[in-house]
Design a protein around this ligand. Sequence first.
Ligand code: FAD
Ligand code: EPU
Length: 337
Amino acid sequence: MHIHQNISLKPYNTFGIDVKAKHFVSVESLNDLKSVLSLTEHPKKLILGGGSNILLTKDFDGLVIINKIKGIEVISEDENFVFVKSNAGENWHDFVLWCIHNNFGGIENLSLIPGNVGTAPIQNIGAYGVELKDVFESCEAISIDSKKLHKFTKSDCQFGYRNSIFKQHAKGKFIITNVTFKLTKSNHKLNINYGTIASELENRGINEPSIADISDAVIRIRNSKLPDPKEIGNSGSFFKNPVIPKKQFNALSKNFKDIPSYPVSEENVKVPAGWLIEKSGFKGKTFGNYGVHKKQALVLVNYGGACGSDIVNLSKLIQKTIKRLFGITIEAEVNII
Ligand code: FAD
Ligand code: EPU
């Protein structure tokens, strides 16, 4: 374990923003992590996984810690279920593929989401009708202050839409070190009703899909609209989809007849921010070397060489425009650092 100085973070964030870390270290074991947390000469620390949900706006004048703590193990199983524990530094999609290879069901709809396993609980990653909380059993996290390990059960985590305790009052206080999942070994609960999964399977003549078929369908759908960060810098959806009162939605739909919505509760509906951004005229717009993706308006992109502040300013312009046109506040999903 070696602490490097003045390292460019460009390869460590999928937006491809070129800022520097004053100090930089990769940790490959829990002991490494504990030692690094004890370094009093580095009081300011930033933990990163895959860097796929951050927007870096300036050089970081502390210690950036890259989590590379690997390892997956089956903890227990019976005929129907298996409990799998993965260390935080495993790549999420590789973990999904490992589960599919072993016929462990539950996370196939979450295929191809970038980032690490240990970061997945932070915003309760979700896609195509499944959220992390649906398969989450528990996680362990080390307290940055006491260096002690704490266990968090599902209810401790207070999961919500792109939300958990780690984005609320536990924010910045813990580093997740491993996650335990409860997955199915038989009678997999298949989710094919979301979006175009069913039609994607039908087009390929698949009537009785396996979890691998669902994963393939999700991968194809995602590849058709989301930019690959290896080609175009981005952090996925820049904003969360706003949840608004039904009353406000009904008033809006008088002026905007095609405004889509998804049910949330008796009182509220979710409106796709991508639709609001497209309707505001931003979809596909470029501003020099950054802009709004042409196939998915919720994704802001860096075509190369943009600064974090350029993207922040664009996000503010979009937020202001949507507030003016629709009276709706949209919040960033990406962590702006
Ligand atoms: P990072 O960006 O490295 O970190 C995110 C935040 O968590 C930072 O504040 C960091 O300091 C903190 N952090 C990192 N590791 C730890 C740790 N071990 N303990 C405590 N804090 C930590 N998300 C979805 O939910 N659904 C999607 O469908 C989806 N699609 C995406 C598509 C693309 C193309 C991209 C680029 C992103 C997408 N995302 C999606 C967002 C992103 O992949 C997820 O939020 C992912 O979980 C982030 O993981 P990461 O390891 O890259 O996090
Ligand atoms: N839409 C538009 N124009 C666009 C994009 C979307 O009108 O340019 C409207 C359409 O009505 C479309 C609807 O928005 O039917 C939903 O679009 P999509 O299925 O692409 O999903 P999303 O709401 O834009 C969310 C997540 C994604 C996740 C997908 C699939 C959020 C903030 N985003 O996107 O997650 O992959 O659903 O489940 O909830 C991420 O969090 O980074 C992310 C990519």
